[in-house]
Design a protein around this ligand. Structure first.
Ligand code: AMP
Length: 213
């Protein structure tokens, strides 16, 4: 089973696919957005600085995020992992390449238009347990309004899931994506999944790429 690097604009479905892969294959799901939200929840001065950046839709520094990832990967003990939200810049990709000891990974690029992503952002809600839902998608709605199917907690909307912050996030994504794509194409690690396909079809395609399933 190969490690997975998800590269995609906001709301392309990285979190949903990560949860499915985690359930079926036991991947460790590493979401840098979740890690940063934990830093915010700690209430530290750094947390307040990070919140300010995230709420505007901007990126935290490469240095901060690379250090967080380096520490996290060092705890995995060889377990297969999914990187969700990292790398987002060429600098981060180059740093990751130095940290990884082998090339047992595949990049999965979830291709989505800005229009479709805005629609998803508007309907996206999540639970503190990490499960995400989408009120604009019949297949991704919770069974009971506002309540998590898994743990029964109340679902909440992320502070940065508003159209204004989303536009900044999408623009930043586009401005960084080309060098990232070229970097992974040159290593023969780049795989594109069309997000308009059915959820299970996408999952099967990804499974074939990373687990020969
Ligand atoms: P996400 O949950 O992946 O949408 O990330 C939420 C926010 O966290 C992003 O909009 C960025 O502000 C920040 N963030 C997450 N991952 C990174 C990263 N690799 N580099 C810089 N900022 C990041």
């Amino acid at each position: 089973m190969k490690n997975i690097i998800f590269i995609a604009p906001p709301a392309a479905g990285k979190g949903t696919q990560s949860n499915l892969l985690k359930e079926k294959y036991g991947y460790v799901h590493i979401s840098t957005g979740d890690m940063l939200r934990e830093v915010i929840a700690s209430g530290s001065t750094l947390g307040m600085e990070v919140k300010n950046i995230i709420d505007k839709g901007e990126l935290v520094s490469d240095e901060l995020i690379i250090n967080l990832i380096k520490d996290k990967l060092a705890t995995l003990d060889g377990k297969p992992f999914i990187l969700d939200g990292f790398p987002r810049t060429l600098n981060q990709a180059v740093a990751l390449n130095k940290i990884l000891k082998d090339d047992s990974y595949e990049v999965i690029y979830l291709d989505i238009t800005e229009e479709e992503a805005v629609k998803r952002i508007e309907g996206r809600v999540s639970c503190s347990c990490g499960k995400t839902y989408n009120l604009n998608d019949e297949g991704l709605k919770p069974k009971v309004n506002d309540i998590c199917d898994v743990c029964g907690n109340k679902l909440v909307k992320r502070d940065d899931d508003n159209v204004e912050a989303f536009k900044v996030r999408f623009e930043i994504f586009l401005s960084n994506i080309e060098p990232l794509i070229n970097f992974y194409k040159s290593k023969n690690k780049f795989n594109v999944i069309d997000v308009n396909k059915d959820l299970n079809e996408k999952f099967k395609e990804i499974s074939r790429i990373v687990a020969n399933d």
